[in-house]
Design a protein. Structure first.
Lengths: 251, 313
């Protein structure tokens, strides 16, 4: 399988604190990869480095063989990598339809056109309709994001990242802030959507181990800024050290 | 549909004002047209993009002085030429100023635009040879579409051909801005206003589009500035003074920045209210202060929210 994203020996220091001490990982096409670890393990820092938001103190990040350390979100989106955040992140005053139009326009390179008519842009309308349908928001296109229930906000947030039609999507706790009942349906929705849209790989940071073990092809366990384990779910469960430090005592 | 009918009615009413024979009210409409154009630009920055400029008068002054300079120094009398040159000049000034200002947001953006406005004011005030210093520069009566209307006296010219010319410029400006707000750029700008961080992650070039908005706003400001100085016949440094920028922001808040036509309504109410209050008391600024406070507290979406409860743009 081809490597989409490759990080080598990532070191990230904040003053005296060393958040990441030599993390290496590879994300391959067709994979659903989960990054787990206790609070403070460096998960969010790692995602920030992988998505070009932070330029690491040391090490390299390559997406499709191209160095992307610190390139910033806009460039990264253009290259084919998208990201969603832990906290629900929407455009409160934009409708669902408008929200989904924004990434679609950006993807086509039309987002800065000052005199074109948005209403008559059929390609955008089609993309919006498709995304809304995939994420079950088809009947809410005219609703401002702020009026949506929490679960729909989360879906809209993730949907707007998917609307970039990225090759790789990184999600920081895609089901955080959502009721346990909704978690599985959200995960099913976005795995389905990824398949339909041709997303080649998904990386998620997740605390909910039921979700992690149900959906992942491979799991990376971080602990104190280092990779503790990088294995398929079954192997990880058998790793006593991982169970002790990350997963906790077996229930 | 109702909106379009209301709009047509408003334009027709405006077109009918000179026909009523009340020249005084027609002359008051002239600064209203000028400010409407400038405010449509300012509101692209504030209402649409979420950046509040306290230095928009800089570009109004650029327009005013461009008209004065072309007329007196270059003997170029065509109003069309003045509008085009003013728009280009404003864009050229807005490139470096905007490039610096859009690196900042909120109060820092506001303060920086204020600083550039005052810098330009000082320039106008001090470079006597070029700008006429505190006396300003006279603005010669421009030709309209090649016609000089030499047989009309000043009032006849202003409430006649110039009136309809200004109205037409105002309508064209409104239609252009309507288009811009509903374009892909317009949507990107609204996304930036709502959540700039999120916008970046869905591929929006936040700083670049803020810069575009800044330049477009400057062009509208300068066009308004040209229209503003023709009736008074004078471009003076006070055009760029910070209180003038403050008045522009006042008009925006008065009318309501969250509706497309809020700024236009704000300009209208401001000018006619100022006229009425000034004729009653010299403490008109005090009255205006009370009005502004009341609007901000009781009508945060401006007077436009009384007209329509719908908040868009």
């Amino acid at each position: 399988m081809t490597a989409l994203l490759e990080a080598r020996d990532i070191v990230q220091r904040y003053g005296e604190v060393q958040a990441l001490s030599g993390v290496s990982l590879v994300v391959r096409e067709g994979e659903f990869l989960s990054i787990i670890g206790p609070n403070g393990a460096g998960k969010t820092t790692l995602v920030n480095v992988l998505t070009g938001l932070l330029r690491p103190t040391g090490g390299s990040v390559a997406f499709r063989g191209r160095d992307v350390a610190g390139v910033g979100p806009v460039r990264l989106a253009a290259l084919g990598m998208a990201r969603s955040f832990q906290l629900v992140n929407v455009f409160p005053g934009l409708t669902v339809g408008e929200t989904l139009s924004v990434p679609a326009l950006a993807r086509l390179g039309h987002a800065g056109r000052p005199f074109a008519s948005l209403a008559r842009h059929t390609e955008i309308a089609d993309s919006v309709a498709e995304m809304a349908e995939l994420f079950g928001l088809g009947d809410k296109l005219k609703r401002p994001a702020r009026t949506l229930p929490q679960g729909d906000k989360k879906l809209l947030d993730v949907a707007s990242a998917f609307a970039l039609r990225p090759d790789l999507i990184l999600m920081d706790e895609p089901t955080s802030g959502v009721s346990t009942r909704d978690k599985t349906s959200i995960m099913d929705t976005l795995v389905q959507a990824a398949k339909r849209l041709g997303v080649k790989a998904i990386v998620q940071v997740e605390h909910d181990m039921d979700i992690v073990f149900a959906y992942s092809d491979r799991i990376i366990a971080l602990h104190q800024g280092r990779v503790l384990a990088d294995a398929v779910p079954a192997a990880l469960r058998a790793d006593a050290e991982v169970v002790a430090t990350v997963l906790g005592a077996p229930r | 549909m109702i909106g379009a009918l209301l709009l047509a009615a408003a334009v027709t009413a405006a077109a009918a004002v000179p026909l009523t024979g009340r020249e005084y009210y027609a002359t008051l409409m002239l600064p209203f047209f000028a400010y409407s154009v400038a405010l449509l630009g300012l509101n692209l920055l504030f209402g649409t993009t979420g950046l509040l400029s306290f230095g928009h008068a800089l570009f109004v002054a650029v327009g005013g002085y461009t008209a004065a300079y072309l007329g007196s120094a270059l003997r170029m009398r065509s109003l069309e030429a003045m509008l085009v040159v003013a728009a280009v000049t404003a864009a050229l000034v807005a490139v470096p100023v905007g490039w610096l200002c859009v690196r900042y947001v909120r109060i820092y953006f506001g303060m920086l635009t204020l600083a550039f406005g005052m810098l330009f004011y000082s320039f106008l005030y001090k470079f006597y040879g070029l700008t006429g210093g505190d006396e300003g520069m006279p603005v010669a009566r421009p030709t309209l579409l090649g016609q000089s209307f030499g047989d009309l006296d000043k009032t006849g010219y202003l409430v006649g051909p110039y009136y309809y010319y200004s109205l037409a410029v105002c309508v064209v400006a409104a239609l252009s801005m309507w288009r811009i707000v509903r374009s892909p750029l317009g949507l990107s700008l609204r996304a930036i206003r709502e959540n700039a961080d999120k916008a970046e992650y869905v591929g929006v070039r936040v700083r670049r589009y803020r810069f575009y908005a800044f330049v477009i706003a400057a062009v509208f400001g300068a066009a308004g500035g040209v229209l503003l100085v023709v009736p008074t016949g004078l471009a003076s440094p006070t055009l760029a003074y910070w209180t003038h920028s403050g008045n522009l922001v006042f008009m925006l808040l008065l009318g309501g920045f969250s509706h497309f036509f809020g700024p236009v309504l704000g300009a209208f109410v401001f000018i006619f209210l100022q006229d009425q209050v000034m004729s009653v008391t010299e403490y008109w600024r005090f009255v205006f202060g009370v009005v502004l406070a009341a609007v901000v507290i009781f009508l945060p979406h401006g007077l436009m929210s009384l007209v329509t409860r719908r908040v868009d743009a």
